[in-house]
Design a protein around this ligand. Structure first.
Ligand code: FPP
Length: 249
């Protein structure tokens, strides 16, 4: 049997990041918020590259939440244009690095053009194997659970699944991150200590790391600090500390 606590010695296999603080970074420099988001894109590119270089197989980034729709229309529209621009510019680079891209979120809420770009990026990179990058856009953890429930119910209704056979595994197969390694480490930048409706199902046993660094400031040394924190955690998965520190027979 594999010992889940082996993760103590290893790097995380799946990191998720709440990239917060672009607006404050811009404000503190007397710049408009969109300048902060542009600086955020730069930080994102560096972190994706660093995670890929570390051979960590999965990274999930919270780019736009279900609740972000209520930001001023001008900011929403500038973020959507930025996503489109980033897709146009970065997909080929990621493809060359053998990165598979997946989008998670209520994509029907996005413009037809952005939906098309996202679908093209997924199709183009579908066979890539080095790392999986999930971008959460128009995403909410509660939305994800409701969608999974809907899919489970549809399977029961059409006779594919017996209601008595619904368990955590059957449910997890219908969530947005199905097929990715379990989430090991959740990072939030920008100083807040909350989850903001991110990966509610997936974070059951994730280690949580909060830093005051604003997202545009989150560089390789900040990532290393998060990895050092992770390496120092004893992951017990419900067992006692003594059980975990005893060598597994
Ligand atoms: C939070 O800063 C960040 C966002 C709302 C998401 C936008 C993220 C990026 C543009 C990074 C690039 C990502 C991709 C996938 C291209 P905030 O505006 O909430 O900052 P504040 O809390 O300081 O106002």
């Amino acid at each position: 049997m594999t010992d889940p606590t082996n993760a103590n010695q290893a790097l995380p296999r799946h990191i998720a990041i709440i990239m917060d603080g672009n607006g404050r970074w811009a404000k503190s420099r007397g710049k408009p918020r969109h300048a902060g988001h542009r600086a955020g894109v730069k930080a994102t590119r560096n972190i994706v590259e660093a995670v890929s270089d570390l051979n960590i197989p999965a990274l999930t980034l919270f780019a736009f939440s279900s609740e972000n729709w209520s930001r001023p229309a001008e900011e929403v529209s500038s973020l959507m244009s930025l996503f489109l621009e980033v897709m146009q510019r970065e997909v080929n680079v990621l493809h060359r690095k053998n990165v598979r891209i997946r989008f998670v979120g209520a994509r029907k809420q996005l413009s037809a053009r952005l939906q098309r770009k996202l679908a093209e990026a997924e199709a183009k990179t579908a066979a890539n194997t080095h790392m999986e990058l999930a971008l959460a856009v128009a995403y909410g953890g509660r939305w994800d659970i409701v969608e999974a429930t809907r899919r489970v119910c549809a399977k029961v209704q059409n006779g594919e699944l017996d209601a008595a056979a619904i368990d955590e595994h059957a449910f997890a197969r219908e969530t947005s991150l199905a097929g990715m390694p379990p989430l090991d480490l959740l990072i939030r930048t920008g100083g807040e200590r909350r989850i903001s409706n991110f990966l509610l199902w997936d974070m059951a046993y994730a280690e949580l790391y909060f830093t005051d660094a604003l997202w545009p400031q989150f560089d390789q040394s900040e990532l290393q600090a998060a990895l050092d924190f992770y390496a120092g955690r004893q992951r017990r998965f419900g067992r006692t500390g003594d059980q975990v520190s005893e060598p597994v027979a």
